[in-house]
Design a protein around this ligand. Sequence first.
Ligand code: NAD
Length: 359
Amino acid sequence: MQSVVDPFNYMGSASRILFGEGRTRELAAEIDRLGATRAFVITTPGQRETGAIHLAALGSVGGALFDGAVMHTPTEVTEIALVALSAARCDVLVAIGGGSTIGLAKALALRTGLPQIAIPTSYAGSEVTAILGETTDGSKKTQRGAEILPEVVIYDVTQTLSLAPATSAASGLNAIAHACEALYTRDANPITSLMAVEGIAALARSLPTIVIRPDNISARTDAQYGAWLCGTCLGTVGMAIHHKLCHVLGGSFDLPHAETHAIMLPYSLAYNASAAPGAMARIASALGTSDQPSTHLYAMLRTLGLPTSLAAIGMPEDGLPGAVEQALRDSYWNPRPLEAAPLRRLFDAAYAGDLPTSF
Ligand code: NAD
């Protein structure tokens, strides 16, 4: 009998994961476990109060709060945070927030060698990747490195309850995008593919409940479990067309990260449908549909009440030719080569919110 398993490479993550309701209570113990004594707690301005509560709960291990994290990790914010970190004489970084907050902790860890504990409050997945995207003078550069990966991640569902329903849905689709691309990437492997399928299914079944009942602990737990799995896919294998297009749109047009991923995913999958039929079948099965994943996700966006076109989130129409050009520059590997004419059709359809076709 012929084996169905092709040769593959696989490398597991070195992060320690704590998953479960209320586990933020173990933060002080985890700080101690790392041999640290003074925490530098990081949040965005909007989550300052959450940070202050956790800082106070840490008692003598709580050092200082920095509430200046913003989207795309601008290096000028990192420089300000470095000064505050040095003045506070802290020896461990604690990020409580979404990808923006975790990005700042990663940038600080890269420059100081301090350990990080991430407490994610969205579904973006940055906490389990050794990837950092930083912006200097409006240009975003991405790098990888072992020192970027947080040592500890605490997934506590209670931290996600305050994430607004629409943001939760967009963030969940951002996570699903990591898993979809992991299924057709060049370095796909059986372990990551299992995580991808399980992650897509957990998010697909929980997001419809979350938008109606954002306080539903079961649905929130499933979504967070899915986000961990999908984030692990992002951290383990390379991504393809979808992440390239979203990187171009986010970096050059400052479009909101999660919503851009949510809107673009049906179009990216439609582009790749004929080149990756096996992956599409697994994505469809995980989503619980007999339709093409692109068609199903296009409908899901509408059911979840999300913005449905690039125009709706502020993409300028005259930016479309430039977006095509940038997508073709340093393009990622993709199961179907990236070509100007079909890419332009893809962007035009996404701009208008038209039903995705084969392009
Ligand atoms: P975000 O971190 O910018 O969060 C969006 C807003 O929601 C922020 O104001 C935040 O404070 C708020 N928020 C988050 N969780 C909340 C909660 N539970 N309750 C109330 N408010 C909450 O958005 P994001 O989508 O999580 O992350 C996007 C950023 O992360 C981008 O810069 C992106 O490039 C980066 N990212 C990086 C990686 C990586 O592996 N390096 C992966 C995914 C995303």
